[in-house]
Design a binder for this molecule. Structure first.
Ligand code: SF4
Ligand code: ZN
Length: 756
């Protein structure tokens, strides 16, 4: 290996550990060793330290051991060494660097440094934390656990092929944008950090108006090198969350990352000592480093799958312009890490990929919109016989938008005709719901809503590149084939702007929406012969099974009975299997021989019976993705419902994140249950225990966002004022306050029979 890299990484590591020691000493002197210390929005303490050393750091004082450990790594003593097949000292220096970097970031949080972010800095999703002035600092903070889970599922099932940690500054703003677009196009998560002479790729992207944040798969961690600790903390948490590793299993965690997490580091611009040290940290995880400058390479494989360090000097990429160079650089990264890209070619004039789904088209950038306040947009998908569908045909009936003035609007109807030997009319709404994601994947196009309240906005940039109405059809054709090829053989799209045809099809569509509503209302648990399992989350909660029935959707809210049915047809050996109900054992509580048998098998014997409709007796288990937690409040003879969005204290004396620890993990805990929020409005919601009238407390965000649905439930329960009788975090933060509220509002739970 290169002696040069070793020397510089060791030098960088020494400097950073010394800085961390100094900062820690000062912080302890100023604040006290008992001062609590943590990263926001994560239950994994300081994640790299927790995962690799196994210390759950909660106070400043505990960091002393961490830094001691880091210091020892700088003077290799065989017993303390991490996994070092042959890169020896460099790798250990890398580990020391990570522990020191995380220590420094954590100390920065307790000093609560004030924002010095560029004016107008916003994030598309995610939380922005104070940034440190000229030292760089943190912009995003660690990725929160909720995001870790949702991204984790995509990483596990391959929708997201991997992540890139970019450190430094690109040759020009243009190149910076191109690099990020190339990554977004491939759905690769992009983490941004570092600078070169004070200038960061984050600055470059902001100057070019690139939207950064969770929703666009681009997370700006900070403009200093230290913030590169966050991508590695994310990787360490992935191994704990999805790989079932225990804290302290350093070698297994690093190997898991090498084998399962397809990440790489892209160093843009000059590489200084600290960057070498941080890069050495990343190599421990099996993440190779690709630099766009001249640096010595480490080619033999071992710790990484292919090369460890690759130099691809930007200006020496021959015979092409800078944009092409940027593209080749990204291709090189993908090759070196062996990232497997599953890309659907969508033949449209703008970039396409899930990373663009979160993009917003602002008023100033708007070319034209369909739907919204001043026009209507609908989308309607229906099944036709095979011979009546011409696959790939896209027609626009009526004028396009060229005559519409800038920022104007027009009414558009998108009608999709599909055919397939395995297609069933039951799948139509499932497929129709995908239009939102599919259309949103085009860069510069924003899609909101569904059915006859859809709303599509097209940016000037997209229109300038030639995006037209027929491109909507091309997107849908490509994506339905790619994602639903198992049930759809032919896809034909017609876009209607001609007023007469528009109205005609709108009427047809509305007739079908109505029919589907009735069908859905009719689709009750007693009308079907099978429920479905979902074991998608077993990748990280190995014994958890969601049993999904027409009246009880999966606890993450993403899978209802129809979704599972469609998923089973697309992938018959996949995570959603039909559960034949068999003999009804107790219809009130929701026991069938089939569901019990499946629960026992799916949970590998951990759970032997599951009640579909009770929280008190054999309630369904939970993985960790639940939208809400339902929990018994014994004193109130009822339950509270806490939403994931609610961070306040509940009458149970715990916040959502503490409760989540009790509810999750795939175990049955009577009195506690994680649920999807649409289960709350189902007539089968804890129906064995008295149903919705048992709800005595509910996060206000639920009351607000589901007001219409709850009004219907209140009427169904014969108590139109029921929702006003339910307390929330604004009216009751303790059991005593809750009881007083229930008394004052004459909540029905007060006179219902005892819950247990
Ligand atoms: Fe996970 Fe259940 Fe959602 Fe399936 S339905 S993805 S198992 S939470
Ligand atoms: Zn889950």
């Amino acid at each position: 290996m290169s002696r040069y890299i070793a020397t510089r990484a060791i030098r960088g590591a020494n400097a950073l550990v010394t800085e961390a020691e100094f900062m820690l000493e000062r912080a302890i002197a100023e604040k006290g060793a008992e001062t609590p210390i943590s990263f926001p929005n994560t239950a994994y303490y300081l994640p790299t330290i927790y995962a690799l050393i196994g210390i759950p750091v909660e106070t400043l004082g505990q960091l002393k051991d961490v830094i001691k450990h880091a210091r020892e790594l700088l003077h290799p003593s065989p017993a303390k060494k991490h996994w070092t097949p042959y890169l020896g000292e460099t790798l250990d220096s890398g580990m020391a660097t990570l522990f020191a970097a995380e220590t420094i970031e954590a100390i920065r949080f307790i000093y609560n440094l004030q924002p010095e972010r560029k004016p107008g800095f916003t994030l598309a999703g995610g939380t922005a934390y104070p940034a440190l002035g000229d030292q760089g600092g943190y912009l995003n903070g660690p990725i929160d656990d909720i995001r870790l889970r949702s991204w984790g599922i995509s990483l596990v099932d391959g929708r997201m092929p991997g992540f890139a940690a970019i450190v430094g500054c690109a040759k020009s703003n243009e190149v910076a944008v191109k690099i990020v677009r190339e990554l977004q196009k491939r759905n690769i998560l992009t983490f941004l950090c570092g600078n070169v002479n004070g200038r960061s790729i984050i600055d470059q992207l902001q100057e070019e108006g690139v939207e950064l944040g969770y929703d666009t798969y681009t997370v700006p961690f900070g403009t200093d090198t230290i913030s590169a600790i966050y991508p590695l903390g994310f990787a360490a948490r992935s191994a704990l969350t999805f790989g079932g590793m225990k804290p302290g299993m350093a070698q297994d965690i690093l190997l898991y990352n090498k084998e399962r997490v397809f990440a790489f580091v892209l160093a843009l611009g000059e590489v200084d000592d600290l960057k070498y040290a941080a890069a050495a940290g990343a190599i421990n995880f099996g993440f190779p480093v690709i630099a766009d400058t001249v640096i010595p390479e480490i080619l033999p494989t071992g710790v990484t799958t292919y090369e460890h360090v690759v130099s691809m000097p930007f200006d020496k990429i021959d015979g092409v312009d800078d944009l092409e160079r940027a593209e080749r650089l990204i291709q090189k990264c993908i090759e070196v890490r062996g990232v497997k890209i599953k890309m659907t070619e969508v033949p449209i004039p703008v970039s396409y990929g899930s990373a663009f789904e979160g993009e917003v088209v602002r008023k100033a950038d708007l070319r034209v919109e369909f739907g919204g306040k001043h026009s209507r947009c609908y989308e309607y998908l229906y099944t036709a016989p095979l011979e009546e569908v011409v696959d790939g045909k896209v027609d626009v009936v009526g004028p396009d938008f060229s005559a519409i003035p800038a920022q104007g609007n027009m009414s558009v109807g998108v009608v999709i005709k599909v055919a397939g030997r395995s297609m069933q009319t039951d799948f139509e709404p499932v497929l129709e719901r995908q239009i939102h994601y599919f259309v949103n994947g085009a860069s510069g196009i924003q899609h909101v809503g569904q059915r006859d309240i859809a709303w599509i906005r097209i940016s000037k940039a997209a229109a300038d590149k030639g995006f037209s109405l027929s491109d909507i059809g091309k997107i849908l054709h490509a994506r339905f084939h790619a994602d639903f090829g198992a049930i759809v053989d032919k896809v034909q799209v017609t876009v209607y702007t001609d007023p007469v045809e528009f109205e005609k099809w709108l009427e047809t569509a509305r007739g079908t929406y109505d029919f589907r509503n009735k069908r859905l209302a009719d689709l009750t648990d007693d009308k079907v012969e099978e429920f479905y399992s979902c074991t998608l989350c077993q990748s990280f909660a190995p014994n958890h099974v969601c049993v999904v029935s027409p009246q009880r959707l999966g606890l993450c809210g993403a899978y209802n009975w129809l979704d599972c049915k469609a998923s089973f047809n697309i992938n018959p050996t996949g995570p959603n299997q039909p559960i034949k109900l068999g003999k009804s054992i107790d219809f009130k509580k929701g026991y069938w021989s089939g569901t019990n048998d499946y629960a026992a098998m799916g949970s590998h014997g951990v759970v032997n019976e599951v009640s579909m409709y009770s929280i008190m007796e054999n309630p369904m288990t939970a993985c960790g993705c639940f939208e809400c937690i339902v929990m018994l409040i014994p004193e109130a003879n009822g339950v509270m419902i806490v939403s994931r969005e609610d961070t306040s204290m509940t009458p149970a004396g715990m916040t959502f994140s503490t409760l989540a620890g009790i509810a999750g993990g795939g175990l049955q805990t009577p009195g506690v249950m994680g649920v999807g929020k649409f289960y709350l409005i189902s007539p089968k919601f804890i129906s064995a225990d008295g149903g919705f009238k048992r709800v005595v407390w509910m996060s206000s965000v639920l009351k607000e966002t589901m007001a219409d649905e709850f009004a219907t439930v209140a009427n169904r329960e014969g108590d139109p004022d029921l929702i006003e009788k339910i307390a929330d975090e604004r009216s009751a933060g303790t059991v005593d306050e809750l009881l007083a509220w229930l008394e004052a509002h004459q909540h029905p739970a007060m006179i219902m029979e005892p819950m247990f």
